[in-house]
Write a protein that binds this ligand. Structure first.
Ligand code: SF4
Length: 342
């Protein structure tokens, strides 16, 4: 058996307590230590005489006191949806922005995007609000409003310079995500879309634990058809299963490309094992549909415009509407209440 570099942690423990704030001890834990993060830390008989006693006794214990505040702040949010991808480069943030614009095409819907991709926040650029800043009032932080019914929160709005790198370790990311949930005035929203970075790391664990009490409706998982992407998507779906997050469905992006000049259709990311549809069947999750590559989506994202408003009859837009209907179905909503009447 190959050697393991790290002692495996219990999955349940990591998911319940993703970023343990272990007290900074001044001496090694003695043999009969009850555990510096335990309720008994610093108070148990075996702690008597331990050089860490004062530190352990004063370390925060028990459930996170901010969780009820987060639940209260999100009381007016009807549906909370995570947008996940196993791999980078599958167009997840593009998908989030399209989903938000699609929901917001119905003026009766109020939509929010929370960008938790702390190190690579691309949502503000895609939504055309890159140079905006956050307004802070006595009641909290205001999202940046792209349209009357579509607001965004991202770390990008806090950077002194657009190109500043964000070099943060887990606990700091965790703190900002908590602030996005606790301090932002999300108000009455029909949909809060949480855009996440690729993988199953700090950001995903934080969002999951902070939203556990207020409830996550589910996750839309985005992939491209080729096996390299599907490999990581399997892990993402496994993460959802272990974390108790319902998978609303798998959506395949960049499934094909129709040349605008000769109209020949090419499959750029060839699905050697059947693509997203076959994977969805294999894993027993809904398949939401395939969206073709369209250079105009890239253009809309670069210019911060709504692809839905600009090219409503394009094949990609029509395909994406099917994905939106699939998400609505999974949420138990009538698709006509999500998208405007055609
Ligand atoms: S004070 Fe108690 S809990 Fe803390 S390290 Fe010492 S024995 Fe362990």
């Amino acid at each position: 058996m190959a050697p393991s570099l790290v002692e495996p942690e219990s999955v349940d423990d990591v998911l319940r307590n993703p970023l343990k704030q272990k007290p900074q001890l001044v001496a090694p834990e003695p043999e009969h230590c009850p555990g510096p993060e335990s309720q008994q830390a610093g108070k148990a008989d075996s702690c008597a005489g331990c050089p860490n006693q004062a530190i352990c006794a004063s370390a925060p214990k028990g459930p996170d006191p901010d969780i009820p505040l987060i639940s209260a702040r999100l009381e007016g949010v009807k549906h909370k949806i995570l947008v996940l991808s196993g791999k980078g480069g599958v167009g997840k943030s593009t998908f989030t922005s399209l989903l938000a614009h699609a929901f917001a095409t119905n003026p009766d819907n109020n939509v929010g995007i929370m960008d938790t991709d702390i190190c690579g926040p691309s949502i503000p650029k895609m939504m055309g609000v890159e140079s905006e800043t956050i307004h802070v009032s006595g009641s909290g932080w205001s999202p940046v409003w792209v349209m009357d019914n579509l607001g965004v929160m991202s770390i990008q709005f806090m950077l002194p310079n657009r190109d500043d790198a964000i070099i943060w370790r887990g606990p700091k990311k965790n703190g900002l995500i908590k602030q996005f949930l606790k301090d932002v005035e999300w108000g009455e929203l029909d949909f809060l879309l949480v855009d996440t970075p690729p993988g199953t790391s700090d950001e995903h664990l934080s969002v999951n634990s902070f939203l556990k009490e207020s409830g996550i409706d589910g996750a839309v998982v985005v992939t491209t058809p080729q096996e390299v992407a599907l490999l990581d998507v399997r892990k993402e779906i496994d993460f959802c299963n272990k974390a108790g997050i319902r998978v609303l469905g798998l959506a395949e992006n960049m499934s094909s490309f129709r040349c605008p000049k000769c109209t020949h259709q090419s499959t750029i990311f060839k699905p050697t094992t059947g693509g997203g549809k076959a994977l969805a069947e294999e894993m027993g999750i809904p398949f939401l549909g395939s969206v073709p590559l369209d250079p105009r989506i890239r253009m809309a994202c670069d210019y911060g415009e709504s692809f839905f408003d600009s090219f409503p009859d394009s094949p990609a837009c029509l395909a994406f509407k099917e994905v939106v209907k699939g998400v609505a179905n999974q949420l138990g909503l009538d698709a006509s209440s999500v998208l405007p009447q055609e």
